[in-house]
Ligand binder design. Structure first.
Ligand code: KIV
Ligand code: ZN
Length: 511
């Protein structure tokens, strides 16, 4: 008999707290749809009180997601809980996740509250949340550094107030597996009615042990793991969803529980999150890294060819590798294109957007012999999926570089419907292109990140460029894809400028 292990994905909330990983509403919707397809049980869609934009994103996700539970985070205050309650209202299954810090250091220095006041606040927050939904989760922030007797007391009180899930976070990534497992064993043994609630673990990766700690909690009774795609998250990140899910699946001999995850969707989800957030996946990252299933040494290759299990504990195709599926060809029509987009979960904002994307597909098919699903996804620009304003739009461009001379670029772009042209020199063609754009735009932004990834393999592959720009304390990521990486770079730069043009300020949940 195996128990169910609930997978609570917080990519859209804790993941979004990674510097520069903030996402637009439409980007969040795209990821939420993919998380639903992946089979996560709970999607923590954001922190409603952070900003009207966050509340709107959670609300939009709550309207469209049918299978997964949609959750909003809320500090233990009436304003936060009510904002969360309103945001999740349209959800078929909605959850409010309220939290307050319980460690002496947080209570004294951050909250400036006595332990009694913290208990009162926690109980009150759970009661407010229960006015909106029966599905209420309570977290004791910094539980790792909290006194166990105090944790037993506060958990006992919030169960009485109506909390159904109790989350024990290692907020600062301080624990080690043996101690984290022991903490769960003790809490479950000592908290009255502990068998009436779900115990949850939420681990950060500051010492590189987030996944190991989460699994130790599972071995000691936790039945919900809070995690993120690619381990994205505050500072060193959170436990990686892919590591948790595949550990439980691969080590059936050790774990007495299993998840609802469709593991073949892991790699496509990882790629989507990486491309939207601009956080590349390191090649040697477990499960989703490009080398995770590559065998370099001759001895290993020979072993795998003779008998796969000699060096492989999982099959690449089981986690979605090799899904580099030939998608459409040069002769495919508009209907086939539309159907493939639907199958990939891409929803375009209008018929015009579909026509524009189809025209780009035809253009790409002339330049690239094989078109893969990843190419199709990259073809569909942010502007079309997101209805983001295209205040800045690339009309045409050219760049020239030659050994012994300074590269030059010419950019023709539209700014609010009016065409401008500029020429610039730079250290390389990308630098010259950005300088030409800046001559026109004069954005006064700071370039924080520039990265290029090939979408598929081969020298005719599309390059996907991420540009991270900062201005006045706001940070945005822009993406662009093209078989010409200088053109992809210009598109990414303009995409980021368009996002800065429409952004909103937001608060941080732990402040
Ligand atoms: O790390 C943490 O403690 C959190 C809580 C809000 C659950 O993210
Ligand atoms: Zn966290």
């Amino acid at each position: 008999m195996t128990d169910k292990l609930i997978i609570f994905d917080t990519t859209l909330r804790d993941g979004e707290q990674s510097p520069g990983a903030s996402m637009t509403k439409e980007e969040k919707l795209r990821i939420a749809r993919q998380l639903d397809k992946l089979g996560v049980d709970v999607i923590e869609a954001g922190f409603a009180a952070a900003s009207p934009g966050d509340a709107d994103a959670i609300n939009s996700i709550a309207k469209v997601i049918e299978r997964s539970t949609v959750c909003s985070l809320a500090r233990a205050s009436e304003k936060d809980v009510r904002a969360a309650g309103e945001a999740i209202k349209p959800a078929k299954h909605g959850r409010i996740h309220t939290f307050i810090a319980t460690s002496p250091i947080h209570m004294q220095h951050k909250l400036r509250m006595s332990p009694d006041e913290v208990v009162t606040r926690a109980v009150q927050a759970v009661k407010w949340a229960r006015e909106y939904t029966d599905d209420v989760e309570f977290s004791a922030e910094d539980a790792v550094r909290s006194d166990i007797d105090f944790l037993v007391r506060i958990f006992d009180e919030v169960i009485k107030a109506g909390a159904k899930t109790l989350n024990v976070p290692d907020t600062v990534g301080y624990s080690i597996p043996l101690l984290w497992g022991e903490r769960f064993k003790q809490l479950i043994a000592r908290v009255p009615n502990s068998d009436k609630v779900i115990w949850s673990t939420h681990c950060h990766n500051d010492l590189g042990m987030a996944s190991a700690n989460s699994l130790a909690a599972v071995m000691n009774g936790a039945r919900q793991v809070e995690c993120t795609i690619n381990g994205l998250g505050e500072r060193a990140g959170n436990a990686s969803l892919e590591e948790i899910v595949m550990a439980v699946k691969t080590r059936r001999d050790v774990f007495t529980c299993d998840t609802n995850i469709d593991t073949t969707q892991i790699v496509p989800t990882s790629k989507l999150v990486s491309s939207i957030t601009g956080y590349p996946v390191q090649p040697n990252k477990a499960i989703v890294g490009a080398n995770a299933f590559a065998h370099e040494s001759g001895i290993h290759q020979d072993g795998v060819l003779k008998h796969r299990e000699t060096y492989e504990i999982m099959r690449a195709e089981d986690v979605g590798w090799g899904a580099n599926k030939l998608s459409l060809g040069k002769l495919s029509g508009r209907n086939a294109f539309r159907t493939r987009l639907q199958e990939l979960g891409v929803v375009l904002s209008s018929e015009d957007a579909l026509n524009a994307a189809f025209a780009r597909f035809k253009d790409l098919a002339d330049r690239k012999s094989e078109i893969f699903d990843e190419d199709i996804q990259a073809l569909v620009s942010d502007e079309e999926v997101t209805q983001l304003s295209e205040y800045f739009r690339l009309v045409s461009m050219g760049a020239h570089s030659e050994t012994g001379t300074l590269p030059v670029a010419r950019v023709v772009m539209s700014v609010g419907g009016k065409e401008h042209q500029a020429d610039a020199q730079g250290g390389g063609p990308v630098d010259a292109t950005f300088k030409a754009i800046e001559q026109i735009v004069k954005s006064e932004t700071e370039l924080l990140l520039y990265s290029v990834n090939n979408i598929t393999s081969g020298t005719d592959a599309q390059g996907e460029v991420t540009v991270r720009l900062a201005k006045g304390g706001r940070v945005v990521n822009g993406q662009g894809a093209d078989t010409d990486i200088v053109v992809a770079s210009a598109k990414a730069y303009l995409n980021a400028l368009n996002k800065l043009d429409t952004g909103m300020d937001r608060a941080h949940p732990q402040v």
